[in-house]
Design a protein around this ligand. Structure first.
Ligand SMILES: CC(C)(COP(=O)(O)OP(=O)(O)OC[C@H]1O[C@@H](n2cnc3c(N)ncnc32)[C@H](O)[C@@H]1OP(=O)(O)O)[C@@H](O)C(=O)NCCC(=O)NCCS
Length: 140
């Protein structure tokens, strides 16, 4: 299958197919649905990293680069860029495999910040031990 020269990096955290119910009035996929996939996927990585409940505290630098079409396979790739005391910074990229011709295209990127919380919703420290291997060696 044909790909761009750029390739996905990081961990595949969620993969699904864009469905007709997720379209906007133009017939392309609604940006809010894509953001929710990114939030779900990076949240999985954040929870795995912190080994705790996490909440999204910020989303920054969202760029919608190309439209997503019904039938495209949508894959979110994420990596842990930074671990603070209680927070984690996780860039996310969405790549699609086009339904029509199989091309691989980067469509969206953004940076999500999560905070590890206890059962009362209060921030707790992220244990750094054992998480080093989750940090992407390929951050550019
Ligand atoms: C996330 C939350 C628990 C943080 O509580 P808080 O009392 O503000 O906690 P703090 O001020 O100690 O900040 C905790 C961490 O978040 C970071 N942080 C807070 N706001 C941030 C922002 N806007 N962007 C990036 N990081 C932020 C802080 O720098 C700190 O990081 P560190 O411990 O690694 O240094 C609280 O704001 C909250 O519950 N927000 C709602 C979350 C939510 O419902 N998300 C889903 C929305 S649909």
């Amino acid at each position: 299958m044909q790909t761009t020269s750029d390739e996905p990096k990081g961990e595949l955290v969620i993969q699904t197919i864009a469905m007709p119910k997720d379209t906007n009035p133009n017939g392309d996929i609604f940006g809010g649905w894509l953001m929710s996939q990114m939030d779900l996927g990076s949240g999985i990585l954040a929870a795995k990293t912190a080994k705790a409940r996490v909440v999204t505290v910020a989303m920054e630098g969202m760029s919608f680069l190309q439209p997503v079409r019904v039938g495209d396979t949508v894959a979110c790739y994420a990596w842990v860029e930074r671990i603070g005391r209680t927070s984690m910074t996780i860039p996310v990229e969405v790549w699609v495999r086009r339904f029509m011709d199989g091309r691989l295209v980067r469509v969206t990127r953004g940076v999500f910040t999560y905070v590890a919380i206890d059962e009362a919703g209060k921030p707790i420290a992220v244990k750094r031990q054992g998480v080093a291997t989750l940090l992407s060696p390929d951050i550019s």
